[in-house]
Design a protein around this ligand. Structure first.
Ligand code: AMP
Length: 125
């Protein structure tokens, strides 16, 4: 069920619990600003989720309210994860779903990082 990205942050959402270590994840990266872990239901050979440590519901919330430092740190973290997985030369895809039309289900900002194969058309028709 897609979430309403205008609602306040819910600190009981599943990614908040992963950040706090209350539920397990296959963590592949962490720094001051972000963590990354494997998606539980991968849609490509490589499917990693990168999330900021800060409490932001969506890309909208993050881009409006996060500090320049948080935004810079998070964007660099996404790039670091891709480089550490040797995805730059073959290429990869980033995706952030926002709200109902985007099909966002978890109300903590996450960037999907897909790679390890040719990823096909940008949007299914
Ligand atoms: P979105 O539709 O953009 O909100 O994507 C949410 C993603 O979170 C989906 O790709 C799910 O497979 C993934 N997901 C949900 N629960 C977990 C979990 N416990 N660990 C890892 N990934 C998860």
């Amino acid at each position: 069920m897609p979430i309403d990205p205008t609602l306040p942050y819910d600190d009981q959402n599943i990614f908040a619990k992963i950040l706090r270590g209350e539920i397990p994840s296959k963590r592949v990266y962490e720094d001051e600003w972000a963590i990354a872990f494997h998606d539980i239901n991968p849609q490509a050979e490589i499917h990693i989720l990168v999330i900021p440590r800060g409490s932001y519901v969506s890309w909208d919330d993050f881009s409006a309210k996060a500090s320049d430092e948080e935004i810079g740190g998070f964007i660099r973290a996404v790039g670091n994860v891709a480089r550490e997985h040797d995805l730059v030369q073959p290429g990869y895809r980033l995706l952030a779903n926002v709200g109902r039309h985007g099909g966002q289900e978890v109300p903590h900002l996450h960037i999907h990082l897909f790679g390890g194969q040719f990823l096909g058309p940008m949007i299914a028709r």
